[in-house]
Design a protein around this ligand. Sequence first.
Ligand code: GLC
Length: 792
Amino acid sequence: MKRLFQSDYGYFTEDGREYVITTHNTPKPWCNVISNGDYGLMVSQTGGGYSWRGNAGQNRITRAFQDLIKDNWGKYIYIRDLDSGKYWSATWKPVEAEYEYYRVRHGIGYTCFEQKVDGIASRLTLFVAPYAPVEIMKLELCNESEKSRRLDVTSYFEWILGFAPDDHREFHKLFIDTRFCPEANALLADKHLWGFPDEKGRHNNVSWDYTAFHAVSENVKSYDADKESFIGMYRDERSPVAMELAELARNTGRFGDGAAALQTEITLGASDSRTVIFTIGAAQKGKEDAIELATKYTSKEAAEKAFEELGHFWAKFIDSERVKTPDPAMDIMTNIWLKYQAISCRLWGKSAYYQVSAGYGFRDQLQDCQIFLSSEPDYARKQILMHAAQQFNEGDVLHWWFTIRGGGPRTKCSDDLLWLPFILDAYLKETKDFKILDERVPYLDTGEDDLYGHCKRAIEKTFLRFSPRGIPLIGDHDWNDGLSAVGNEWKGESFWLAEFFYVVLKNFAPLADMRGDDAFAAKCRIVMDSMKDAVNRHGWDGEWYLQATTDEGEEVGSSRNEEGRIFLNPQVWAVISGIADEERARKCMDSVTKYLLKDYGALLLYPAYTRVRRDIGYITRYAPGLRENGGVYTHAATWAVWAYALMGDAKRAYEAYRRICPPNRSGNLKSYMAEPYVTPGNSDGPVSPYYGRGGWTWYTGSAQWLHNVAVNWILGVRATFEGLEVSPCIPPEWKEYSIWRKFRGATYSITVKNPNSKSTGVTSISVDGKRINGNIIPDFGDNSVHEVEVIM
Ligand code: GLC
């Protein structure tokens, strides 16, 4: 099999579906975030990680503390030779044994650790059952030595059972209750405390709503549910006292420090192999039964069946859209990993090594849910309605909310609420499901309205937040959270917000027309005109657009500033919105090219702030070049691709894309450090001594957007009300590419040919052999496959 993007650390398999890491020693933990939409886990290449149900902040199941250097919290399996006493672990951590080989295969919904230590080959496959709150650890052992071997296999991890992190563990351990259940080969664990108040508002007065279990498929030789007796005082997971004792201590109950360890013994003749299944799960009280779940999933047959289902489960989300281009990085990321990252981590798992979230961001998961549009648009529909329900009667929304029992901050963020109509538009263009506008959704405080009314209220709320000069006010911040002190008094303005709002109004006015809401449609158009005028009058700095003004009237993102002179967003959205005329569009994008488009993508601003500005916000408090402070903030860097493509600047669109497409960093992973198969939230800007270093991987809104700009704006195949538009913006040397996707009930197999080495423009399109006019493929909605040939 061909290996793609091979480096010292690993490679993609030929089909792109697995990233194979060939050493434990990657520059940072390289992870997989696995979720079935309910139960989730994270796992690094050393075996570090943890598990949760719902979200990892309010309902963590196993304990871990964020530490990207030590990466020393995991759910471990020890393998011990009972004759020699030597022991090691099925993952490199915690024992760190010398191996003959070590391979970690991160795949879609699973991770597999393959190694050989002391003549024993082991393969540990870790995954979550697609339809149950159960994770499965399938351990296959093969005796590749010449003599018969007596081994025991011992699992170990710590329970947390509820809110994480539980820093005050000496308090929390007092509420955990464990027992061994011999019929199910399982340890069970309850916690008589969950960090929520009870129905009368009394603190520390509810129990954790689940029973956790840990089970094994083989006879249990011994077990333990106490950290102290397993690890031993002043020792650690690398050399726990349990590995020096014949059997585990069998401590359970109320008086220990809640952990779980199960031990089973096997004998393997030369060349013999054996499979042992461990499971971990959490059963909701009154609805599910821990013993039943443990019994159902803890066998070789059940594990194999669940693994097979897993393939079908993910195929639904991954395989209904496929591109084939001359760029293998684009293919791998677009077809597989970006979808997986956006769904498994951002929308479902909500957790990763760099950030554990307990909730949904109002704007974040709305944007993320666009990943479902071409595969399962119903999931996007649900997400849109879910967010509408987090809106107040006045039109503003929770900045984020907890996914368990709700609640979150009501802030003066100025753009959150507008993402509802913005994403609605993308959903409607994909589906033409105008019925969604009539869905009744309650407001968070009082009353309810249809979705149309919710969006209208978000827009009306924004109408009330304008400066005397006709620019929307920034409030606590706009999309850029770090601009957190610019306009808290509702005086500072955001030019980016004006542009974004312009797009929202442009899309919403026709919906208002459609519903006979003429006065509102007219108002949207009047505001658009006046805003366009105001932005060009007050927001033009000469070579580019300003980002904002502060409550004191200071400009942010101006050539007159010493630091933070030019911001990316107001330039690219001037183009995306159409607020800039041709000349200004060209000028401001030239400025983007000159100041912002660097080796690893477009910087969010330049130059980075080196001095704290109290009147701007925490963006200026980050080290210069990191995150929003002048790093490549991948989420926004994808929008540069969109803007360049709109300008017809195929060369730069592709460069802006290629430089942030992770597999392309495989040549310098030592300095990039991050996983090459998922997007990082950011990479360091040029002023950082670690220029180009990737960080904050997995949990980033850039995954969906990188997919989005590749398909819609480079390959140029995008949903419009009239049908599927094809407007390529590609490198001229590309001879051909294809895209296969579902669209409103039919499937389109589109091949774009470029015989004359063009980068934009379509000469002809034929559908099923017949020429059509223009570049929009009509929507047949007939459940069949249509062959489309596009000649550029
Ligand atoms: C974080 C937030 C996102 C915000 C971005 C830029 O990723 O989750 O909502 O837009 O930062 O500040």
